[in-house]
Ligand binder design. Structure first.
Ligand SMILES: Nc1nc2c(ncn2[C@@H]2O[C@H](COP(=O)(O)OP(=O)(O)OP(=O)(O)O)[C@@H](O)[C@H]2O)c(=O)[nH]1
Ligand SMILES: [Mg+2]
Length: 351
């Protein structure tokens, strides 16, 4: 799952990127392990040769934005297009030393970027509609040009009214066209309001209200102080908690970011507890055992016979997979079984 950090220049994107990467960041792309105590427990018990936690890939565009410092750079848009989710960092901190292109108004900027994304999509739609007018396939129902024209005619008006594509009700066929065009306003989003130190635990009432509104629309948002979080990320885990508590916080920015990303993407985690490799895998909520098998490897999906499933709670109660099997806690499921968060899987397959 690729996450691109977006936002105006000097909003603190790179600072939050370093904090969220927990000191792992080297270049502009970092795979950040998803914190999951269940995975830690499984690894401690199985003692595999190799362990692979689920991870989320963060992408920060390292080039500072030149010019007015306001608009997106082309490179930023490019990385945003390739991402599964956009992490919008909004400037909310005041500073005498860090200049900004305007006065600091986080709620205004949060909406302004939403508008920019919608306008960027509208431009693509309008250009494409103009070119489609000349298509000879336009009157042939079912042809790609016909489908595209039909969809774009339908989404043009809502886009003009500022509605992001992710808020529109679209069919599976429509979604395919949307994905092909990598529309920015179609991507799920997480919003980090980068506020002053004292506001991270106690944001203003206006901000709380905005955060609630955004949550209702399926967009997780939270306040954070990126500079403090960067310092926290460099401490030993035990010291981190103490520092966080002294600031009135309960978890580091990294956990907040990853949790929000997981929620906005509708992901759950399943596990494969092998002696060679114990692995945590992200999976879309509602996915079947066959889909999970395909996540592990295409060949395993192709040769799928049955899935052996032990739920994490049963595994924990039994103390090991062998003990859980012996206690009759393994259920044998077919391709259509819907995976639950925390299932341990072994796929019986022909490959
Ligand atoms: N006081 C304060 N300063 C911050 C905070 N977050 C970032 N800064 C400072 O703001 C400046 C810009 O931060 P960056 O993280 O580089 O911002 P950016 O959005 O990546 O900026 P560009 O990549 O240059 O567009 C740096 O000097 C940071 O130390 C914060 O929460 N509080
Ligand atoms: Mg930067």
């Amino acid at each position: 799952m690729k996450v691109a950090l977006i936002g105006y220049s000097a909003s603190g994107r790179s600072t939050l990127y370093r904090a969220a990467s927990r000191g792992l960041a080297k270049g502009d792309i970092t795979a950040v392990p998803v914190p999951d105590p269940r995975f830690d427990t499984i690894v401690a018990q199985v003692k595999p040769k190799k362990q692979t936690p689920a991870s989320v890939i963060l992408h920060d565009d390292l080039d500072p934005i030149s010019g007015s410092g306001k608009a997106f750079s082309l490179k930023l848009i490019d990385s945003a297009k390739k991402a599964d989710l956009l992490l919008h960092v909004v400037r909310g901190f005041e500073s005498n030393t860090v200049a900004y292109h305007d006065d600091v108004d986080a709620l205004r900027d949060q909406e302004a970027i939403d508008v920019e994304l919608v306008l960027a999509d509208l431009q693509i739609v309008e250009n494409r509609l103009e070119r489609l007018k000349r298509s000879t396939m336009l009157k042939t129902p079912g042809s790609p040009d016909y489908m595209e024209n039909d969809l774009f005619q339908r989404i043009k008006d809502p886009l003009e009214n500022g509605v992001p594509i992710r808020a529109m009700e679209l069919s599976e066929d429509d979604q395919v066209v949307v994905r092909n065009h990598q529309f920015l306003s179609s991507k799920p989003m997480v919003i980090a309001f980068n506020v002053n130190e004292d506001e991270a635990s106690t944001p203003s009432e206006k901000m709380m209200k905005r955060i609630e509104e955004l949550a209702k629309r399926g967009t997780p948002a939270f306040p954070v102080c990126a500079t403090i979080e960067e310092e926290i990320a460099q401490l030993e885990p035990a010291d981190q908690l103490e520092f966080l508590e002294s600031l009135g916080l309960t978890e580091p920015a990294s956990d907040k970011v990853i949790r929000a990303v997981y929620s906005a993407l509708g992901l759950i985690t399943f596990f494969t507890a092998g002696d060679n490799d114990t692995h945590a895998w992200p999976l879309k909520r509602g996915s079947t055992a066959l889909k999970a098998a395909g996540t592990i490897h295409n060949d395993i999906a192709k040769g799928f016979i049955r899935a052996e499933i032990v739920h994490y709670e049963d595994y924990l109660a039994a103390g090991s997979l062998d003990a859980a099997y012996a206690a009759g806690k393994m259920s044998l499921e077919g391709k259509e079984y819907v995976i639950r968060d925390g299932d341990l899987l072994h796929i019986r397959n022909k490959s």
